[in-house]
Design a protein around this ligand. Structure first.
Ligand code: APR
Length: 238
C-alpha cells in the first residue's frame, strides 16, 4: 500500500521513557530560559551554564531507568519489516531510537554525548562531561568543544536529505511533537503538497488548525505499536 514512509519524532516519544518534554507541564522550558541555554548568544554569554544544562541531560540519559519504550521499539521493527523505504528524522537529541535498533535515521537537532569543534565543525563523542578538558584534536591550539546541539537561530542538520525524503514519501507520520518549531513544523505541509498521506500521533487532541489528514490520540507507547501493526498489515484505514 505504501512504498516510502518518513517518520518525524519529537520529545513526546521519549516522555514515557522518563525524559522531559519541552512545552508540557513541568517541561524543560519551564525550568530554563531558551535564550540562556539554547541559543548561540546564551552560550557566548555563559558557556558553563549551557554545558551544565547539556551535561545534566546527558547524564540522565545514562541512567539505567531511562530505556527505549514500546514506541521506539515499534519504529525499529517498522524499519526491519517494512518492504519499502523508511526514513526516520528525529528532533530529539537522546539516543533512544538507536538503542531500540533504528539505523536509517537522522538527528536534525544534534545529539547529547557529542561535542563539536567550533572552528572545524568536526564532531567528537564525549567521554566525560563538558568542561575545560573537552577539547578538539583537530586544531592547534585545541579548541574547547561546544555541545553538538542545533540551537535556535542555527541551521538544522541534514535539511537537503530531509527535503528529498519528504518530496518522495507517500506516508508522513509525526509522533510526539508540538509542531511549534520550524523547519520541522513545516514538514507536514511539504509531504502533503507532494501527495503523501499525513498522520499525527499525539497524547493531545487534534489541533483544530492541524494540517494532518489523520490524528491518532494516545500515549506513543500504545499508539505507535498499533499504527506500525496496521501499516505492516496494509490496513491503515481499518
Ligand atoms: N505520547 C505522545 N505524545 C506525547 C506524549 C506521549 N506520551 N507526551 C507528550 N506528548 C506530546 C505533547 O502533547 C506535545 O505535543 O509531545 C509533544 C511535545 O512537544 P514539545 O515539548 O514542544 O517537544 P518537541 O515538539 O519535540 O519540540 C520541538 O523545540 O525546543 C525545541 O529543540 C527543541 O527539538 C525541540 C523542538
Amino acid at each position: 500500500m505504501y512504498h516510502h514512509i518518513v517518520v518525524l519524532t519529537g520529545a513526546g516519544i521519549s516522555a514515557e521513557s522518563g525524559l522531559k518534554t519541552f512545552r508540557d507541564q513541568d517541561g524543560l522550558w519551564e525550568e530554563h530560559r531558551i535564550e540562556d541555554v539554547a541559543t548561540p548568544e546564551g552560550y557566548q554569554r555563559d558557556p558553563h551554564l549551557v554545558e551544565q544544562f547539556y551535561n545534566h541531560r546527558w547524564q540522565q540519559l545514562q541512567d539505567a531507568a531511562v530505556q527505549p519504550n514500546a514506541a521506539h521499539v515499534a519504529l525499529a521493527r517498522l524499519e526491519q519489516e517494512f518492504s519499502g523505504e523508511l526514513f526516520l528524522v528525529t528532533q530529539n537529541v537522546d539516543n533512544l531510537h538507536e538503542r531500540a535498533g533504528s539505523r536509517r535515521m537522522l538527528h536534525m537537532h544534534g545529539e547529547l554525548g557529542k561535542g563539536r569543534c567550533p572552528r572545524s565543525g568536526q564532531i567528537f563523542t564525549l567521554h566525560e562531561p563538558f568542561g575545560q578538558e573537552n577539547c578538539c584534536t583537530c586544531c592547534i591550539p585545541a579548541q574547547r568543544l561546544r555541545p553538538h546541539i542545533v540551537w535556535f537561530g542555527e541551521i538544522p542538520i541534514g535539511m537537503d536529505r530531509i527535503h528529498d525524503e519528504l518530496e518522495r514519501c507517500d506516508l508522513f507520520i509525526a509522533i510526539g511533537t508540538s509542531g511549534t518549531v520550524y523547519p520541522a513544523a513545516g514538514f507536514v505541509d511539504i509531504a502533503s503538497h507532494h501527495g503523501a498521506l499525513t498522520v499525527e500521533v499525539n497524547i493531545a487532541e487534534k489541533d483544530p488548525h492541524s494540517l494532518f489528514h489523520l490524528h491518532y490520540q494516545g500515549m506513543a507507547s500504545e499508539t505507535v505499536p498499533q499504527l506500525v501493526d496496521k501499516i505492516l498489515k496494509g490496513r491503515l484505514f481499518s
